[in-house]
Design a protein around this ligand. Structure first.
Ligand code: AMP
Ligand code: MG
Length: 422
């Protein structure tokens, strides 16, 4: 039955399910091979090239977790207070010469090594000082308030696995192990274009029928967040020869060439044909909304071949396809293990109807309802061209291929913008 509708999915041809798209990306994209040693301070966002093995125990020695008194647990009365002679002080950064003998306590501070013989630490708040003695209450477990060597990391274990994209926390761990450099894969080189006769650079004169380029700025910032080296190649006109030339030249020294616009089926949409002319299209048209006409290909380029992704033109579609298509592809290229962000259950406040067989992303704001449950409120203006739908929201509700009808009150899955590009 012929269908006339405002649904841009209504026209011909099969759409590639997202799971198949992910499989195709995994099959086609190999990580960059070059490895370099970088200082820990410069390693944020870089991908670990080979398992990093812990050189030592962390903490490296048994130490006190609190300010208080180190004791021998065997000295403590089970049901009564215990009085112990305070014979020494143990400060952080200083070794204690005095081994603890029966009947003795040592005044100790957080991070100080446990004196030989001591196995338990009382918090100072729990004790009473009486002259040169300390009186400790009953009931403290053996080992309390003492941090044994290796409780955090054991020497010889993998502390940062190959494929890990380094976070600030990871750098702290590497530094705590005394590392000064880390072996990482080289940074990705990504070229970005916008396409469209109507697109002009902010700052330039804007003809009446033109709009300023938003997408390149979105993409550049997202790529920089990933940690890629970005080459901004400006705006291309809607002309196939120019697109072919520009994509070919960019591919020669970039791992990925990224464009937006011109990838649909309009008369001025030449990106797909340009890629087919110079390389091979891997997929085009994914079962995703917004963003269906996203194209991925392989073109002759750096190290033999470079990846190409043509994103749609509308900024919200650019964002959604970037996080669902380009981000996982970047992770693969960079040698990182892609990890699906965990969607959190929230309560929808809105009704929603969709077609089965495709995945949809709804831009939402979160709020806490009176009963304490977190609710997702849909952005009021539809349309993949609405940029404030990205700036005035907190993230995306993901509606799976099997979902067709959401009623207010239904539990849906929420992905924060932070989680999508973590
Ligand atoms: P297209 O797929 O090229 O037809 O683009 C779809 C819509 O996105 C059109 O309304 C374009 O004007 C708009 N668009 C394309 N590129 C950009 C860009 N770089 N910045 C803002 N809007 C854009
Ligand atoms: Mg266009």
């Amino acid at each position: 039955m012929a269908q006339l509708s405002d649904d841009c999915f209504a026209f011909s041809g099969p759409l590639l399910p997202i799971a198949d798209m992910e499989r195709m990306i995994a099959e086609r994209i190999a990580p960059v091979a070059e490895i370099e040693e970088v200082g820990v301070a410069a390693a944020l966002g870089r991908v670990v090239a080979a398992d990093v093995i812990a050189a030592q125990d962390l903490p490296p020695f048994d130490n006190s977790a609190v300010d208080g008194f180190a004791v021998r647990h065997a000295d403590l009365a089970a049901d009564a207070e215990t009085r112990l002679a305070v014979v020494d002080r143990a400060l952080a950064g200083h070794e204690v010469a005095h081994p603890l003998r029966s009947g003795e306590a040592i005044r100790i501070f957080t991070g100080a090594p446990m004196p030989a013989g001591a196995d338990t630490v009382f918090m100072q708040e729990d004790c009473r000082i009486e002259g040169d003695a300390v009186v400790a209450p009953p009931g403290l477990e053996r080992g309390a308030n003492s941090r044994p060597a290796g409780e955090d990391v054991r020497a010889g274990t993998v502390m940062l696995p190959a494929g890990r994209r380094l976070t600030a926390q990871d750098l702290a761990l590497a530094a705590a192990q005394g590392a000064t450099t880390l072996a990482v894969r080289r940074r990705l080189r990504v070229a970005v274009f916008s396409t469209g006769d109507e697109i002009v650079e902010p700052g330039a004169a804007r003809p009446a029928a033109a709009i300023f380029d938003a997408n390149r700025h979105l993409l550049r910032a997202l790529l920089e967040k990933f940690g890629a080296e970005v080459t901004d190649l400006g705006i291309l006109r809607d002309a196939r020869p120019a697109l072919e030339r520009a994509i070919s030249v960019a591919a020669a020294d970039h791992d990925l060439v990224l464009t937006s616009g011109g990838v649909s089926t309009g008369e001025a949409d030449h990106v797909r044909a340009a890629v087919e002319a110079i390389g091979r299209l891997v997929f085009w048209r994914v079962a995703i909304k917004p963003g269906r006409p996203v194209a991925m290909g392989v073109v002759p380029g750096r190290g033999g071949a470079s990846a190409f992704v043509g994103l749609p033109g509308h900024p919200a579609a650019v964002y959604v396809t970037f996080v669902r298509v380009v981000w996982p592809l970047l992770l693969r290229l960079a040698g990182a293990a892609p990890r699906a962000p965990l969607a959190l259950p929230v309560r929808a406040t809105f009704p929603y109807r969709k077609r089965g067989g495709r995945r949809e992303y709804v831009r939402v704001t979160l709020r806490r309802a009176g009963d304490g449950v977190v609710e997702a409120v849909k952005f009021p203006v539809d349309g993949a061209g609405v940029i404030t739908s990205l700036t005035e929201t907190d993230g995306l509700v993901e509606l799976g291929e099997d979902v067709t009808d959401i009623a207010p009150g239904a539990t849906v899955h929420f992905l924060s913008y932070a989680a999508l590009t973590a």
